[in-house]
Design a protein. Structure first.
Length: 250
């Protein structure tokens, strides 16, 4: 992982007007929120999975495996897995990464559950998400008590894509406007998907290949917490993980 300060790994200081549209982060452009907000993007962390798993915490049920293989994070899971990025994220951020669902006839090559958590906190231990890491152990229901945003793409054997806002007291309401069964919001095997997540004040957005899948205005947004990759009975890879800080301009 290459976690650099703004001085050493800053993206050029471009003020960007956010309006409805889809753009490439690599070209110094961003997704639009509205026509009045401007931000300066600065690269905070970059992880190419070429130096091991020191920057990640793996919570996985028995039988699964998460390892660095061919310069990528490869998850081969049986019964449930969450892999947390160790750095707590605060304020306005953009998270992006590439994911690839493997379907080559292996025992866990099930095209389903390309999921993630972000802005996660354990409200019983707000200063230490990992206090109960071993107790959670990758079992999905053990995460119900956390406060977080959750995106489940291609769940229920690739029949549903859903967005939830976990409250932190065991409630995890499904937001019905983001309950999709349409084929273009599900998964296809053996292809790279580029994921982008924006948490900017009240605006929560999730993109896959620059297609906006969630556009949620949160009146009481979660402004800090941890990012975690989440899956179950799945074989997939993760690469090119980056986190940017979004600074709003006056």
């Amino acid at each position: 992982m290459k976690g650099k300060s703004a001085c050493t790994r800053a993206i050029p200081m471009l003020m960007l007007t956010l309006f409805v549209g889809l753009v490439s982060c690599a070209q110094g452009k961003y997704i639009v929120l509205n026509d009045t907000v401007k931000v300066t993007p600065t690269l905070l962390y970059e992880e190419d999975f070429d130096t091991g798993m020191d920057n990640w915490v793996v919570e996985q049920m028995e039988g699964g495996k998460a390892e660095i293989k061919n310069g990528k994070l490869e998850i081969n899971d049986v019964a449930g897995c969450t892999i947390w990025f160790k750095k707590e994220l605060e304020g306005s951020v953009l998270i992006e990464y590439d994911t690839y669902i493997i379907d080559n006839g292996g025992p866990n090559d099930r095209v389903s559950d390309m999921n993630c958590f972000w802005m996660a906190k354990d409200m019983e231990h707000p200063e230490n998400l990992f206090e109960k890491s071993e107790e959670r152990g990758g079992k999905f229901t053990n995460y119900d008590s956390l406060r977080l945003y959750y995106m489940g793409v291609g769940g229920h054997d690739n029949s549903k894509t859903r967005f939830r806002r976990y409250v932190g007291n065991g409630e995890r309401p499904l937001l019905p406007e983001y309950d999709f069964t349409r084929p273009d919001f599900l998964l296809a095997p053996n292809q790279v998907y580029h994921i982008k997540i924006i948490a900017h004040k009240n605006f929560i957005r999730y993109y896959r290949d620059d297609v906006l899948m969630v556009d949620f205005y949160d009146a009481n947004p979660y402004l800090s917490g941890y990012f975690g990759l989440r899956t179950v009975n799945n074989h997939m890879t993760i690469d090119n993980f980056k986190v940017y800080k979004l600074i709003e301009e006056n």
